[in-house]
Design a protein around this ligand. Structure first.
Ligand code: AMP
Length: 419
């Protein structure tokens, strides 16, 4: 497989798919440029080789051309980050784009307009009436799929090489994230550095990990994590289930959970997971105690009790001290750790202690040589809140994409390059 390090971009034009889907305030100022910074090593390598760059990205979820989703808003900041001027063309299709790309000189950077201004990027029809019939929907889908080929070919023809550095959208089979790769020979398509790091981190956990392996799955709902849990059961030594999900397990075992988060339609699923864990010899670790509150509020009255003896009118919002200790010990005895989903309502300072204890244990295990991967939405916010992001092995930038990897799916953006 081609790699960024092996490829010499001198005199070549690279189409680089990045994830510049950054948050903007009402004055169109970038409020968090993490995603832009994450792509800099790739962009700098291409420029240092003497190549030129055509940047493609999406921003937000536009329904067509919408000024607030224009990538023109990120150009000035990208230019500051790269320390050089950056060109912008207010389209991603057509003659003006072809001309701007053709005129690009070695060492120059051109940003294309938001790829999702065109329905062809996602390959999903737009503007269908709500009461459109199945036939109409099928015809619209067929039409957009047909024009998607032209759209993709147009993007590919702008460049000599294709670099995908957008891990955050690697789980989408879109024109610029996956389909475009087919237009390039194997030696001319590759991952960017960010994508490469993400893929390596996931594989360290999911393929031949150093044992013992511990996955910590928290968050709110069993239903949203069921595929992940099922896939992990055949891979891990310890599976810690915490957060709001744990109360569904407590109730499934006949416990009293008060007004805690609980999915009654998942009780049987919880029992099946416990049986499967036993069958596979996986140590399934559930919290035994919790911090309870008399309302869903940081200022609620609190107490501590067993996870399966929560009084009526009270809800479990965090791990209790006993569970925090037990879970931390399991984590500290691990050599590979995956954490997805907080252990409590960490957004409320009074209910963050359990998630903090988990984060602290991961930091200690990492310092002792374990590999730790944190990812998928709220656990990233959690590790950042506690200031531990640089004390774990890897914090993933891809929410949905990482979750799909843990579910065991092959991401279209990865497959398109690997073949
Ligand atoms: P998820 O998106 O499923 O990973 O869930 C993350 C959310 O779960 C966070 O916003 C947490 O506040 C929430 N959460 C964690 N533990 C609990 C709990 N015991 N009760 C209610 N919400 C919880």
């Amino acid at each position: 497989m081609q790699t960024l390090d092996k490829f010499n971009f001198a005199g070549k034009k690279a189409f680089v798919r990045v994830d510049f889907n950054v948050p903007l305030d009402e004055n169109m100022n970038i409020t968090d440029d993490t995603r832009m910074r994450a792509a800099l090593p790739t962009l700098k390598k291409i420029l240092a080789d003497g190549g030129s760059i055509i940047i493609g990205s999406h921003l937000g979820r536009p329904k067509g051309r919408e000024d607030k989703f224009s990538l023109k808003h990120i150009v000035k900041h990208l230019s500051e980050l790269l320390g050089q001027p950056v060109k912008f063309v207010d389209d991603c299709q057509g003659d003006a784009v072809k001309k701007a790309a053709a005129e690009l000189k070695a060492g120059e950077v051109l940003v294309l307009e938001n790829l999702r201004f065109y329905a062809e990027e996602e390959g999903k029809p737009r503007g269908l009436a709500e009461d459109a019939g199945d036939e109409e929907k099928a015809a619209a889908k067929k039409a957009v799929k047909a024009s998607q080929k032209e759209f993709t070919k147009h993007l590919a023809e702008l460049a000599d090489a294709y670099v995908n550095d957008a891990f955050g959208t690697a789980h989408r089979a879109h024109a610029s994230t996956a389909l475009i790769a087919d237009c390039f020979a194997p030696e001319n398509k590759m991952f960017g550095y960010l994508m490469q790091k993400e893929v390596e981190a996931v594989e360290k956990v999911m393929k031949n990990p150093v044992r013992p392996v511990t996955a910590i799955i928290g968050g709110s709902k069993v239903s949203s994590k069921i595929t992940i849990i099922e896939n992990l059961l055949s891979k891990v030594d310890n599976l810690i289930i915490c957060g709001g999900m744990a109360y569904t397990f407590a109730k499934a075992m006949g416990g009293k959970v008060g007004t805690s988060l609980c999915e009654d339609d998942m009780l049987e699923t919880a029992i099946n997971i416990m049986n499967k864990a036993k069958e596979l010899n996986v140590n399934l670790v559930l919290p035994t105690d919790c911090v309870i509150a008399d309302s869903f509020s940081n200022d609620a009255k609190t107490s501590t009790c067993k996870n399966n003896e929560i009084p009526d009118g009270w809800m479990g919002l965090d791990l209790g001290p006993e569970s925090a200790k037990v879970l931390a010990n399991v984590i500290k005895s691990s050599k590979t750790i995956l954490w997805n989903g907080p252990a409590g309502v960490f957004e409320f300072p009074n209910f963050e202690a359990g998630s903090r204890a988990i984060a602290q244990a991961i930091v200690e295990a990492t310092a002792a040589g374990a590999f730790s991967l944190i990812g998928g939405g709220d656990s990233v916010a959690c590790i950042n809140k506690f200031g531990f992001a640089d004390k774990v092995s890897y914090v993933s930038t891809g929410g949905g994409a990482l979750l799909e990897c843990i579910e065991g799916r092959e991401l279209p953006g990865i497959k398109a390059i690997r073949g």
